[in-house]
Design a protein around this ligand. Structure first.
Ligand code: ADP
Ligand code: MG
Length: 183
């Protein structure tokens, strides 16, 4: 997309974090862009870089529309929990129903993937995101931004995690833009 690609540095006292974005309802690209603008507008949270948009088949429940997924690199002075609350507030403000099935269709899904090198293991907040290392639609865009970022639990670089996932990545055109397709 047109935003700054790649990485920049967070301000001092800010933590570098990564947010996964997904949408498979309505105008999916627009939903992702709106969420990015809302993330950037939160005090103590700034978008430093955004990956390409990836069109992906749904994981978990396959009888639903394909997703557009992306990853944003953010600098934040919020705590992990405050960041989660801010992201959940954005999901709500965009009209995502709170009582819906896990892995079901959603207007917008915002997940904290990494928060610096922090490890969080609480009932409602797990960082690094518990499934990020097995999801191509997370690792491919994350690698675009920071291929050398290390998963703080597994001790492996993002590029190595992606390499370990089998199968390839093909290119496709979507809505006039180049979109990578995770297969
Ligand atoms: P999905 O797993 O498909 O993203 P939801 O978005 O409905 O499903 O998230 C379900 C719950 O996951 C949320 O209520 C939230 O508390 C919890 N959760 C745990 N770890 C994280 C994380 N790293 N980022 C976002 N949500 C998380
Ligand atoms: Mg989520």
């Amino acid at each position: 997309m047109e935003r700054a690609q790649g990485s920049s540095s967070p301000r001092s006292a800010e933590v570098l974090a990564f947010v996964g974005l997904g949408s498979n309802l309505g105008d999916r690209q627009n939903n992702i862009r709106t969420a990015l603008d809302l993330i950037d507008s939160v005090s103590g949270l700034g978008v430093l870089g955004v990956s390409s948009f990836y069109e992906c088949e749904p994981v978990g429940r396959s009888a639903q529309p394909d997703f557009i997924n992306a990853v944003a690199e953010v600098g934040t002075s919020l705590s992990p929990r405050s960041l989660l609350k801010a992201l959940q507030g954005i999901e709500k403000s965009m009209g995502r129903a709170s009582s819906r099935r896990r892995w079901g269709p959603r207007l917008i899904d915002l997940d904290i993937l990494l928060y610096g090198e922090a490890l969080v293991l609480e009932p409602d907040l797990v960082i690094p995101h518990a499934l990020m290392h097995v999801r191509r639609f997370v690792l491919a865009p994350l690698c675009e931004l920071e291929p050398d970022i290390v998963h703080p639990v597994l001790g492996l670089r993002c590029r190595e995690l992606l390499r370990r996932l089998r199968s390839g990545m093909s290119q496709a055109r979507f809505a006039g833009q180049s979109v990578r397709v995770a297969v």
